[in-house]
Design a protein around this ligand. Structure first.
Ligand code: FEO
Length: 393
């Protein structure tokens, strides 16, 4: 395993998780990486580690540059175990290393590892000299956990951003310009939608804290890093954090005997007639974490379910729980579905939309048994009316 020199004296020594397909409920068909960086200075410094089961890969990459026993300083930007999992084994090798972490990181690392490590907690504005280079720290709570922080090296103009600006992509390429931007930005959007979306205000605070910093390179914790197109990813994060939406609709539904599916199709036709871009996500075909990529910027969200045992379908209940946890704000919602003898499915979805505090500019669409031609025509009209509300913003 080789290290990759990023700049003189700074190396990528992370790991590639080719097999990762699920990250706490988020499907990751392209795998991921857990990026760690080695800075060879008077104090040899490692920024972040990796998941425990891939520790030997990271150790081999470090060994390609220096004897790991020479590491003096470890920066733990984030407690989550995809970045800190390798710490216990590393500290077996370098028990006297200084471990720098945020104030909350100190508590988090002790709670997770029950270890009596000599932790060096830092707060925003604190600096630490490693020789010719300085590290400065900015706390960015909730991007992604309360403990999260970023590390900046002013001499190199590098931001080590951990979870921020990443994507779940496994690759031997290390920079976004080595891969098509369409793939990178699709995965960056999916990552934001599934990991960062609930924390827009905190992202805005983090972006404000970083705004005065001269950044030439962002070395993030997952996927490909940024040495070009920084304006693209920073601009996207600014838009997403501000909850900017576009006139687009996403239909999320499941169906039992195809009646709710027919209603989804009729609603999509109505949206199409009004020229509103629409993504139709059947939970039988598309995972909710992929649908979330479309929800990220969509102004209108339509939720559909038949009734099963006096509730919406369990698959929709799961999807709605996932969606609600990610808290997309200020959207327009519409509930729809078919039912046999009780309309609780659509009622459940309406209640979910109310809890999300979304406006419902159009009445829900509920049809008993099979939708007739008249029912489908009414659903098309509802879709068109909903599309006009989306376009009005
Ligand atoms: Fe990549 Fe929040 O861990």
């Amino acid at each position: 395993m080789k290290a990759i020199e990023i700049k003189p004296g700074i190396y990528w020594v992370g790991v590639i998780d080719w097999d990762l397909r699920d990250f706490h409920g988020y499907k990751t068909p392209r795998g991921s990486t857990y990026n760690a960086y080695l800075i060879v200075d008077e104090k040899i410094t490692l920024i972040d580690t990796c998941k425990l089961h891939l520790f030997d890969e990271m150790l081999a990459r470090i060994s390609d540059v220096v004897d790991p026993a020479r590491i003096d300083v470890i920066v733990s930007n984030h407690v989550e175990m995809d970045h800190s999992g390798g710490l216990p084994r590393l500290l077996d090798i370098v028990p006297n290393a200084t471990v720098i972490t945020s104030m909350r990181g100190e508590k988090g690392l002790r709670a997770h590892y029950s270890a009596d490590w000599g932790l060096h907690p830092v707060d925003t504005g604190d600096t630490f000299s490693i020789g010719k280079r300085t590290l400065s720290f900015v706390s960015i709570p909730m991007v992604h956990w309360p403990d999260s922080m970023v590390t900046y090296c002013p001499e190199e103009k590098i931001l080590f951003s951990n979870d921020g600006f990443g994507q779940h992509i496994a690759s031997t390429e290390r920079f976004t310009d080595e891969m098509g931007m369409a793939v990178v930005m699709e995965e960056a959007a999916k990552y934001y939608a599934n990991i960062v979306l609930p924390y827009g205000p905190q992202v805005q605070k983090a972006m404000a804290a970083l705004s005065g910093i001269d950044i030439e390179m962002i070395l993030n914790g997952h996927g490909l890093s940024w040495r070009q197109d920084l304006d693209v990813i920073l601009g996207a994060y600014a838009r997403w954090a501000a909850n900017e939406t576009v006139p687009k609709a996403v239909i999320i539904y499941d169906t039992m005997w195809h009646s709710t599916q027919k209603l989804a199709g009729a609603l999509a036709e109505g949206l199409e007639v009004e020229g509103v871009s629409t993504f139709v996500g059947s939970l039988q075909a598309t995972h909710i974490s992929d649908i979330m990529t479309h929800v990220l910027e969509a102004r209108g969200i339509l939720l559909g379910s038949p009734t099963l045992n006096s509730h919406m379908l369990p698959s929709m209940a799961g999807a709605v729980t996932y969606l609600s946890g990610l808290k997309p704000r200020d959207r327009l919602g519409l509930a729809f579905g078919s039912y046999g003898w009780g309309n609780q499915g659509v009622r459940d979805l309406t209640a979910a939309i109310e809890r999300l505090d979304w406006e419902m500019p159009v009445d829900s669409v509920a049809v008993q048994w099979r939708p007739t031609d008249d029912d489908l025509a009414a659903a098309r009209r509802a879709g068109a009316e909903f599309a006009r509300a989306i376009k009005e913003g």
